[in-house]
Write a protein that binds this ligand. Structure first.
Ligand code: ADP
Ligand code: 5GP
Length: 204
């Protein structure tokens, strides 16, 4: 089990629901919230940067990391492998900052075993049709990749009930506000705020 002073937020969604859009805005807006950069054997999409969006590595290096226990969790989806690096996550959480992980449902369930108090957030698309439209309008996956992602979407959707929060990403502004509220409300929880309240109390 990973010991940590910071909050861990896990976000999952069927591909195309708007998870990256929401997550990128969140980490750019909310202070002390760090995006967990996964390792993947997938090739970068146009505009993606190594070390910012993912650590893009080859199969040999991925195999080595698996053998050496370098992942908290890893999966194979859409024909590629994706994993959360153990060392990076442990180091970042030890600094007390909050971490946001964008991972698919199987990995999310495995991560919760390592970090049982992780807050689990699922992004819902308004409908199956709009999910397909968003995947096509993103324009970054081939028709074949889009078909694979749509096939997998139903399986991901069926696991919604394993999450703590469901954010409906229909209107982007409303979806974003819901998402941000979950982070801020968790930070305001009694367990997290007790040391702050005690410090203030000492001044009376
Ligand atoms: P994911 O990370 O879940 O695969 P993206 O964030 O890449 O999805 O979003 C998929 C596409 O849908 C992008 O083109 C994005 O601009 C668009 N999108 C995201 N949220 C909304 C929304 N609320 N309304 C309309 N389009 C959206
Ligand atoms: P994409 O190829 O669209 O960037 O990501 C495909 C899927 O892989 C998304 O559902 C994303 O959340 C998931 N993913 C990205 N990184 C990881 C990871 O480290 N672990 C797991 N389990 N899934 C990941």
């Amino acid at each position: 089990m990973i010991q940590h002073p910071g909050n861990v937020f896990v976000v999952s969604a069927p591909s195309g629901a708007g998870k990256s859009t929401l997550a990128q805005r969140l980490v750019a807006t909310v202070p002390d919230l760090i995006f967990s950069i996964s390792f993947t054997t997938r090739k970068p999409r146009p505009g993606e940067v190594d070390g910012r969006d993912y650590f893009f590595i080859d199969d040999v290096r991925f195999d080595t990391m698996v053998r050496e226990g370098g992942f908290v969790e890893w999966v194979q989806v859409y024909g590629h492998r994706y994993g959360t690096g153990r060392e990076w996550l442990q180091k970042t959480l030890a600094t007390g900052r909050d971490v946001l992980l964008d991972i698919e449902t199987t990995g999310a369930m495995n991560l919760r075993r390592a970090i049982p108090d992780a807050r689990m957030i699922f992004i819902l698309p308004p409908s199956a049709t709009s999910l397909e439209q968003r995947l096509r309008s993103r324009g970054k996956d081939s028709d074949e990749q889009i078909a694979i992602r749509l096939q997998h979407a139903r399986h991901e959707m069926e696991l919604y009930h394993a999450y703590d929060y469901l954010v409906l990403n229909d209107d982007l502004e409303l979806g974003y506000r819901q998402f941000e509220s979950i982070i801020l409300a968790t930070r305001a929880g009694l367990d997290r705020m007790t040391p702050v309240a005690q410090r203030i109390l000492k001044g009376f």
